[in-house]
Write a new protein. Structure first.
Ligand SMILES: [Zn+2]
Length: 373
């Protein structure tokens, strides 16, 4: 029986603005030492196959059904144990121009030459005997995080919302201010930023970290009805509907992008017993999230394209017991991991996401398997 992990404070941004919400919550404590970084090799495997009815035209345009494509320096591939896998969604890697590098052991944005060096992640994967110790180095004799080993260890895909407004702001808070990490950041325009090879353990969800892949989805978060002043400021109406009020420093990759929630009205619902309201993700975010989920399920056979459900078959809005958490392998929200969190919040349309991801996965003839040489 595992103890409940004491949660750290709210998201740093939420703390600053007085909002309620999430942020990754795993913090390193041990001193860092130098270690070898995995160097991605150039190879590629694409999701491929025939068409499926549930896919949108944009899914097809993204090339998901087009089969194998040449590897590009950046574009649509994620990196796992140094191998590249094409997920058919826009990806910026940590070592691409404009990428966010979680390997950096100093602040990423601020010029702080005197800042102490420390890792914000744990190289490799391994089941710690005591997860609360938060080692940031591999255990002596630990096997290398090969693709084969990762397929045995990695079985959860954890969804967070970032309460930060943009992925750029999220990385600044996560890396520079909180010394934390997450594998992916999903910006408003659907751009996916990968900050670490998935062979590494990111610090985003405590007891889920050794076995999971984490993503911070850009969204302003959820608030109790009547306490959502932050949403009033962050979302405005124009002649076409509701949009995110982006500031001049947003730096989205898509020029002049207008971010609109896929549903114009706020969505209310429960999260760990609290009624909250929030705006939905953008259609671009859902498209990328579905492609990523489908790709991860193909790469990691233990990641099932489902979310924790209650006895009636509905996706749960509360935390799992320790036993349920231990047994779960698939997509999972931060709120399912601890009753102290609400993300990804009531607006996240799990069923639509899962249906789209399953349709994408069904396109593929077999396991995404070995990367192409
Ligand atoms: Zn979270």
């Amino acid at each position: 029986m595992a103890a409940r992990w004491p949660e750290l404070a709210l998201c740093a941004f939420a703390f600053l603005v007085g909002g309620a919400a999430c942020k990754t919550d795993e913090r390193p404590r041990a001193a860092a030492a130098e270690s070898v970084r995995l160097t991605p090799r150039v190879s590629s495997t694409a999701l491929s196959g025939s068409t499926a009815a549930k896919l949108s035209a944009s899914d097809r345009e993204a090339g998901v059904v087009a089969g194998r494509r040449p590897t590009r320096a950046s574009g649509t591939e994620i990196v796992v144990a140094g191998e590249r896998f094409d997920i058919g969604a826009p990806v910026v890697l940590w070592n691409d121009p404009g990428g966010y590098d979680a390997y950096r052991e100093t602040p990423f944005f601020a010029d702080q030459p005197d800042a102490p060096q420390k890792k914000r992640y744990r190289p490799g994967r391994g089941m710690w005997t005591d997860p609360s110790s938060r080692e940031n180095e591999p255990a002596p004799g630990e096997p290398a995080p090969t693709l084969e080993r990762l397929r045995e260890l990695v079985d959860q895909f954890v969804l967070h919302y970032d309460v930060c407004g943009t992925s750029r702001r999220c990385f600044e808070i996560l890396h520079d201010k909180r010394n934390l990490s997450v594998h992916f950041l999903l910006d408003l325009d659907g751009t996916l930023y990968q900050t670490l090879d998935l062979a590494e353990t990111a610090w985003h969800a405590r007891q889920a970290n050794p076995r999971s892949i984490g993503i911070e989805i850009t969204n302003l978060g959820a608030y109790p009805p009547g306490e959502s002043d932050e949403l009033d400021r962050a979302y405005v109406e124009d002649e076409h509907g509701v949009r995110v009020a982006l500031d001049a420093n947003a730096r989205l990759l898509t020029p002049d992008f207008v971010a609109r929630p896929i549903r114009p009205e706020r969505v209310r619902g429960l999260a760990n017993g609290t009624e909250l309201e929030m705006h939905d993700l953008t259609s671009e975010q859902y498209a990328t999230l579905a492609r990523l989920a489908a790709g991860l399920a193909a790469i990691f056979p233990k990641i099932e394209l489902d979310a924790p459900r209650d006895l009636a078959g509905h996706v749960r809005d509360d935390a799992l017991s320790d036993e349920e958490f231990a047994a779960w392998h698939g997509l999972i929200g931060h709120l399912h991991i601890t009753d102290q969190k609400q993300d990804p919040g009531p607006a996240l349309d799990w069923e639509a996401l899962l249906a789209r991801a399953r349709a994408l996965r069904a396109l593929e003839a077999g396991p995404i398997g070995a990367p192409r040489e």
